[in-house]
Design a protein around this ligand. Structure first.
Ligand code: PLP
Length: 388
């Protein structure tokens, strides 16, 4: 047995790519300036690096560089988008719409807002994780100010029809925000073509460093009102104060550049490996893929194994295979995934579920070993639960 398990949990985080780290290193020591120090070369060099990164991020998502606001990650970007729009528009209305299957960075922010005078509609999803556009349409009210629906689900990989959702929101005079964390750098994302108003992204999900992300904020008319959530020195044109994390931002820029050049090749390779993994695991009795396979991220598979004790399964699996049963932040709890529950899975089946997310380091051999190991553990548990 290996000292470290095989890593198939790239939706939780990805390793920082060597070329990303190389790009970042000089900004810790040689070019350590504060990007806001506008009176000397230390500041100019840092500022130039930040602006280059802004262009790299913008290019990856089809935006203009002035539409990018750097943050400490997607959790902050989600907070800035949702709270920022809600508070800036509270005279206009107090109703927000989201999906039951959003990440906790969206759901918990909505929950907090509902304790501050806002009303939130949480839309249910179908058994395959999709949302009914008719239902979305029916949920808009005169006082609706924001529709928040993620681009791709972190647990199932399901890709939502963001273009249609953005169009519906626009028709109703409502802003559309999408959590783009799992989609950006994995599939083609073009904010202009999709028509979203705001989108969050995170460096560490695409081979960049942890603790840095960005919010895309559409600049063209109509103007998007946004109330800053962190005030202070007025960085990021007042939308997010705080000394910029220059090495992190440089890393995010390089990761965006890398993704632009490599995502298609990665997607082709990983979807073939994902199919191989699924073919191998679906031979297990009682196994099923969760989430629609019609429109899915190429590197994600969410599989339930009915009839075995979920917790024991995950503990045994994790000795050799780093996968999760849901989002990384909820894996530590004993509760079934809220995403799978919203899709109608019973608690036992939801607990006996593995989320596989493949990445650059995934090879044929990794997949073969993973299949063999899951089968072995499943057989053992199946045998012991039947023989009890
Ligand atoms: C869909 C989604 N949104 C937001 C986040 C939070 O991102 P960050 O770790 O950059 O705060 C994650 C990370 O798990 C995610 O998967």
């Amino acid at each position: 047995m290996k000292a470290y398990p095989i890593y198939l949990d790239h939706n939780a985080t990805t390793p920082c790519h060597a070329s990303v780290l190389d790009e970042m290193l000089p900004y810790f020591r040689t070019h350590f300036g504060n990007a806001s120090s506008s009176h000397h070369p230390y500041g100019w060099i840092a500022e130039e690096a930040v602006e280059t990164a802004r262009e790299q991020v913008a290019e990856l998502i089809g935006a203009q560089s002035k539409e990018i606001v750097f943050t400490s990650g997607a959790t902050e970007a989600n907070n800035l988008a949702i709270r920022g729009v809600a508070f800036a528009q509270k005279e206009k209305g107090n109703h927000l719409i989201t999906l039951e299957t959003e990440h906790s960075a969206v759901l918990d922010t909505m929950k907090a807002l509902s304790q501050q005078g806002f009303e939130v509609s949480y839309l249910p999803v179908n058994a395959d994780g999709t949302v009914s556009l008719e239902l979305v349409k029916r949920t808009f009210r005169n006082n609706t100010i924001l529709l928040a629906a993620m681009y791709a689900n972190n647990e199932t990989g399901l890709i939502h029809p963001v273009r249609e959702l953005a169009a519906l929101a626009r028709e109703h005079g409502v802003l559309f925000f999408t959590d783009g964390v799992q989609a950006v750098g994995k599939i083609p994302v073009d904010v202009g073509e999709s028509g979203m108003d705001l989108m969050s992204l995170s460096a560490h999900k695409m081979y960049g460093p942890k603790g840095v992300g960005a919010l895309y904020l559409r600049k063209s008319k109509p103007h998007i009102p946004l109330e800053a959530q962190i005030t202070g020195g007025g960085q990021e044109t007042g939308r997010r104060s705080g000394t910029l994390n220059v090495p992190g931002i440089v890393g995010l820029g390089k990761a965006a550049d890398l993704a632009l050049n490599e995502f298609q090749e990665d997607a082709n390779r990983l979807s073939a490996l994902r199919d191989k993994l699924e073919a191998g695991l679906l031979e297990i009795e009682g196994s099923q893929i969760n989430g629609s396979t019609d429109s899915r991220l190429p590197h994600v598979s969410n599989i339930s194994f009915k009839g075995i004790p979920g917790k024991a399964f995950l503990i045994r699996i994790n000795k050799f295979l780093a996968v999760s049963s849901g989002a990384a932040c909820s894996s530590i709890t004993d509760k079934p995934s809220h995403v799978l529950s919203a899709m109608g899975l019973d608690a036992d089946t939801a607990m006996a579920t593995l989320r596989f997310s493949l990445g650059k380091s995934t090879t044929d051999k990794v997949i073969e070993d993973a299949i063999a190991f899951v089968r072995e553990v499943h057989k053992d548990l199946r045998y012991s639960s039947v023989s009890k």
